[in-house]
Design a protein around this ligand. Structure first.
Ligand code: PLP
Length: 384
């Protein structure tokens, strides 16, 4: 054999069956097939195995299957990010002439996508209030086919009456989708409450280490064939390494989440006693406007919450507060071991009790909560 050929054929015996606990990362486009029958089936779309790199390599399939099982869904598909999961869920279940309703506190890039892109394809986009329940009927039209919810919303933390919304949608054949990123499947059983589909930004708690971008859409039996066809037709797939890392993160979700929960509650309760603080916006605190709904539907709380200040501090003072934090780092996203802080003023189409006020959002990480409260305390000196 000539050297050029040896370069290609040497070292090719397959070791794919080594049974590591975590699956290996497969990288690839072409998958070589053994028989002509397999090739013909793959071309016809009837081959059972994986015949190309776009057909969801093992780590992706395992991640999807783990999420599907955890949620009690019929089908889960992974997407390259949470926002991609939202965009594709909106496209998979709609067509020209339809009307969709997006909850006012849903992830804002998803709402922007609907307004600027879905509308180009003849889909009407409406909205409903952040704490919607049975009053959803007021925001529906005869052509409404989909309602997108996020509970609690990840900046202002309003809770929707998910049971009431699911019942309204079920009666009318409307697809109800919940972005369940905050609670994760551990703290909210979306399908048990009667919702049709969930979205997760796997980027957050599920991957848990701020080094992955990934999303999932999970659906019940009615929508499973639609999502399956849509995903296949678009030849979508999720990045190979990210699926591997997300699956690895998923294994420790429960222990991490419990620590995020207890640390966040400790800090939230401490903040309630700080004289400078206005509202502490945490669904698990009795002062939260929809605390009773949270108690009814959720079995726990995660590490993301917010607070306001009593005084309306000018932006320079807020900047001094934010920039003097040492353990809470300024940055978007959340759900990782590193504590993070953002602040902003949020506008809602249907109004908000926090309108025009600065809302400081904390993602409580895995540092000792005593150090985190000390960090907040020293930074607040800038506001005194
Ligand atoms: C971050 C986030 C998303 C988007 O996820 P990415 O993976 O960052 O694109 C969607 N929904 C919620 C609630 C989020 O917090």
């Amino acid at each position: 054999m000539e050297p050029a050929t040896q370069l290609i054929v040497g070292g090719r015996s397959p070791f794919a069956s080594v049974a590591t606990v975590n699956p290996p990362v497969f990288r690839g486009s072409t998958v070589v097939l053994d028989t002509y029958e397999e090739l013909r089936k793959a071309a016809a779309g009837t081959y059972d195995g994986v015949s190309y790199g776009t057909e969801r390599f093992p780590a992706q399939r395992m991640l999807e299957d783990a999420m599907r099982g955890l949620e009690g869904a019929a089908l889960t598909r992974a997407f390259p990010s949470g926002i991609a999961a939202i965009q594709h869920a909106l496209m998979a279940f709609t067509k020209a002439g339809d009307h969709v309703v997006l909850c006012d506190n849903a992830y804002s890039p998803g709402r922007s996508f609907a307004r600027s892109i879905l509308s180009k394809f003849g889909i009407e986009v409406g909205s409903c209030p952040s704490a919607v329940g049975a009053d959803l009927v007021e925001y529906l039209k005869p052509n409404t086919v989909l309602v997108l919810l996020e509970s609690p919303g990840s900046n202002t933390f309003e809770i929707q009456d998910l049971r009431a919304v699911a019942a309204v949608c079920r009666d009318r054949g409307i697809v109800s989708i919940l972005d369940n990123t905050w609670a994760t499947p551990f703290y909210l059983d979306a399908f048990g409450l009667g919702l049709d589909a969930t979205i997760h930004s796997v980027t957050k708690y599920i991957s848990g280490h701020s080094d992955v971008l990934l999303g999932t859409v999970s659906v019940g039996p009615r929508l499973a064939p639609i999502l399956d066809d849509y995903y296949k037709t678009c030849e979508l797939f999720a990045p190979f390494e990210d699926c591997h890392l997300a699956l690895r993160g998923l294994r420790t979700l429960q222990v991490r989440l419990k620590q995020h929960e207890s640390s966040a509650l400790e800090i939230a309760r401490w903040l309630e006693g700080v004289d400078l603080v206005g509202e502490v916006i945490h669904p698990a605190l009795p002062a939260h406007p929809q605390h009773e709904l949270w108690k009814r539907d959720f079995t726990g709380s995660s590490g993301l919450f917010a607070f306001t200040f009593k005084a309306d501090h000018p932006d320079e003072r807020i900047a001094a507060f934010m920039e003097s934090l040492r353990l809470f780092r300024m940055g978007f996203s959340w759900g990782g071991f590193q504590s993070l802080v953002t602040a902003g003023r949020y506008r809602r189409e249907h109004g908000s009790q926090y309108e025009g006020r600065t809302v400081v959002r904390l993602s409580v990480g895995l540092e000792d909560p005593r150090d985190l409260t000390r960090d907040l305390e020293q930074a607040m000196a800038n506001l005194r």
